[in-house]
Design a protein around this ligand. Structure first.
Ligand code: HEC
Length: 151
């Protein structure tokens, strides 16, 4: 009879345990992250309509907004799920092209709902005024300096 139980955790058990931990982590991040919808005041401001497009550009606003609040997880520079804090693979905002590809979802999650960045993680998050600016830039069609008409 083999009573050799004293060898500690086996590789398969370790894999299963790690899987459970990662799954719980993903559920925690993904589902328990509460929304922070825009206030009535911010919604009213947005409803008053769009000021002239072109003030906010990729260069003077969006690139630094995304770099400050999003790229610590949503960047191709981070490979593993752990490094990305479970931000989905392939959803990166390193370039204007990628932002445009995901513009609709960025507007919803970071602008309207305010559950990106995830609420439960200790990371910097945009103020409501910055979220309004993000929505305005997206609704202007994500302009860059090069695309603005001559002024
Ligand atoms: C701390 C890490 C982290 C930061 C910072 C972060 N995210 Fe995320 N993001 C995640 C995770 C984890 C998910 C997947 C779970 C979910 O969808 O809630 C996700 C998912 C998303 C999705 C949904 C992707 C899809 O399936 O289409 C969008 C859109 C998004 N993030 C936008 C943003 C934007 C915009 C910012 C910056 C304002 C941001 N995120 C900052 C971790 C992060």
């Amino acid at each position: 009879m083999n009573c050799d139980y004293g060898r500690g955790i086996r590789p398969f058990e370790r894999t299963v345990a790690l899987g459970v931990v990662l799954a719980i982590g993903a559920i925690f991040l993904g589902c328990l992250s509460p929304d922070t919808p825009l206030s009535e005041a911010a919604l009213a401001e947005l409803a008053r309509g769009q000021p002239a497009c072109g003030e906010l550009t990729y260069e003077n606003f969006a690139a630094s907004f995304l770099a400050t609040y999003c790229l610590r997880c949503h960047t191709a520079a981070l490979a593993t799920d752990f490094e990305r804090r479970d931000a989905p693979q392939g959803i990166n905002y390193d370039s204007l092209e990628e932002i445009r590809q995901f513009a609709r979802r960025i507007r919803v999650r970071a602008g309207e709902l305010g559950d990106m960045p995830p609420r439960l993680l200790p990371v910097p998050r945009p103020s409501e005024a910055e979220r309004v600016q993000l929505i305005r830039w997206l609704d202007c069609g994500t302009p860059s300096e090069a695309e603005l008409p001559e002024r």
